[in-house]
Design a protein. Structure first.
Length: 529
């Protein structure tokens, strides 16, 4: 599969990335070297914060103003670190393209999806708007966007997380780049769409000789798609080799730990006589788009008992996150919602406020959910300031320290701002913010999708431990069936806003009745041996 060329497509030599901070200069990437040939797929793996994304952001010339890169990054022999801004802009989006990890922060909220996909086509292909629109529509079809003509007119906030990620992939591939840098490209996608997107990238790779750099924590994906692997830890490459050598004969202790990190164990079963904590009956949600009204939830029923975890799985756009928001009263919904025996569906926002501390949520996109103007400590204690205003600042700070430690972050990080954290670290802050109030019900919307495998395991162990100690109930929305199996008592399978299957997690995942559930499971556990 690897092309034999004297000059690599991309060659990175002794790359270091430094950031100027109030506390002095910090080194995010230290003396990293790697290469990729035309037609080759190289995976860069490692924990969140290991320097994977920083290396590629430096290659794209997109470091923030306080960052600087040293070393050499040669694309077809030309050093990208020494190109003038105009020459670099000419390459970006045409010859070199990147799929970013967090689509909601990469897409402009003020422009329709079609305009945003057309922009790089118009800039680099020098074609008219009609041809650019046709190409944008073609790309949405290639990434299997449902109803692509309607989605061309949608704004980013009207799409699900997985649909936004498909838009980012369509934009990156629209100009048939020679090098695709994919930073966690399938994180927000359900397993069936993941397989289709990977097949699409592989098809374009064969057709165009495109080199692909996959930055990912999904080692199952790496095993299937990569030629070679670079393992990064604390800003350095600690091991490199072919995919076979890395998976079958890992040398470095960190690589072995990474391969061994997967959600394990099972949740302690909920008591048979546990009382219902949350019930919903006949939940319906619909949205207006112009003259059309689209129903996205079709009369769903659910019950969550005290101490129970209800898993909700399904494709991107199946209505999982909408169901979570309906329970939270964050979207208008028809039907009944009861919590601790009290109806919530008829309450005013003021009357709902006392319940907010007892029902907390962790959203899928931490960067969009956390204020860039607040420190991590202020974010984590935000709920305390609202619901427990009598607490002193010192008490709040002490609780922030404990909450951050619970999710694996050092206490001193509470003085940093969100843009100074990796995607996985931001998600841990979001979890700490929800847990600090010790809620009765925690709704987790893809809480581990942005986390590497080692941190996923830690967070799942943490959630199980907290649930056992505090008797909390969870609604766990995810496309990661391994995580659902590890945390849930029961699972609901959703498709197109309807309930496909429901039952105890082991029963549904081991002996599913519905063909759709069987397809999800086949894709999700294809690497389990």
């Amino acid at each position: 599969m690897t092309a034999d060329h004297h000059t690599p497509l991309l060659s990175v030599e002794a790359l270091s990335v430094h950031y100027a901070t109030d506390g002095g200069e910090t080194c995010a990437v230290r003396d990293v070297s790697f290469r990729i040939e035309p037609g080759e797929t190289v995976a860069i793996v490692g924990e969140s914060g290991s320097g994977k994304s920083q290396s590629m952001i430096a290659a794209m010339g997109l470091l923030p103003h306080n960052g600087r890169a040293t070393g050499r990054i040669a694309f077809r022999g030309d050093d990208l670190l020494r190109l003038n801004p105009q020459a670099l802009r000419t390459l970006r989006g045409a010859e070199i393209s990147m799929i970013f990890q967090e689509p909601m922060t990469s897409l402009d909220p003020l422009y329709r999806i079609g305009e945003q996909i057309m922009e790089p086509i118009l800039r680099h292909r020098r074609v008219g708007r009609r041809a650019a629109r046709a190409r944008a529509l073609e790309m949405l079809r290639q990434v299997h966007m449902p109803d692509p003509e309607r989605q061309m007119r949608a704004y980013p906030h009207e799409l699900s997380g997985g649909q936004r990620q498909r838009v980012m992939i369509a934009m990156a591939l629209a100009n048939n780049p020679s090098l695709l840098i994919a930073d966690e490209p399938t994180t927000a996608l359900d397993v069936t769409i993941q397989a289709e997107i990977i097949a699409l990238i592989a098809e374009l790779q064969r057709k165009n000789g495109m080199g692909v750099i996959f930055i990912t924590h999904d080692l199952g994906l790496v095993r299937h798609i990569a030629d070679r692997v670079y393992v990064m830890h604390r800003g350095e490459v600690v091991e490199t080799g072919t995919v076979g050598a890395i998976f079958e004969r890992p040398q470095h202790p960190y690589t072995r730990a990474l391969l061994d990190a997967a959600p394990r164990g099972r949740k302690i079963p909920v008591a048979a006589d546990a009382e219902p904590l949350l019930t919903a009956r006949g939940l319906r949600v619909s949205f207006s788009t112009g003259r059309r009204r689209i129903e996205v939830l079709h009369g769903l029923d659910l019950t969550v008992r005290q101490g129970e975890t209800l898993g909700i799985v399904g494709e991107s756009g199946s209505g999982k996150s909408t169901l979570a928001r309906a329970i939270l009263r964050l979207v208008d919904a028809e039907g009944e919602i009861s919590f601790e025996g009290q109806r919530l569906d008829g309450l005013s926002p003021r009357a709902l406020r006392p319940f907010r501390s007892r029902i907390q949520v962790v959203f899928q996109d931490p960067f969009g959910a956390l204020s860039p103007h607040m420190t991590a400590g202020q974010i984590v204690t935000e709920g305390l300031r609202v619901h427990r205003p009598a607490q002193s600042a010192r008490d709040r700070d002490e609780q922030a320290v404990l909450a951050l430690r619970e999710v694996g972050l050092p206490p001193e990080t509470r003085h940093r701002y969100i843009h100074e954290f990796s995607g996985g670290q931001r998600q841990r802050i979001a979890i700490a913010r929800a847990l600090i109030l010790k809620p009765r019900l925690l709704i987790l919307d893809e809480p581990t999708s942005a986390l590497d495998r080692m941190v996923q395991k830690q967070v799942i162990d943490l959630l199980r431990d907290l649930q056992q100690r505090h008797g909390m109930s969870y609604v766990f929305v995810s496309h990661d069936l391994a995580a659902v199996r590890a945390v849930a008592d029961r699972v609901l399978v959703m498709k197109d806003g309807t309930l496909v299957e429901e039952g105890p997690v082991d029963q549904v995942l081991s002996a599913p009745d519905a063909a759709y559930t069987r397809a999800l499971i086949a894709a999700a556990f294809m690497d389990v041996a």
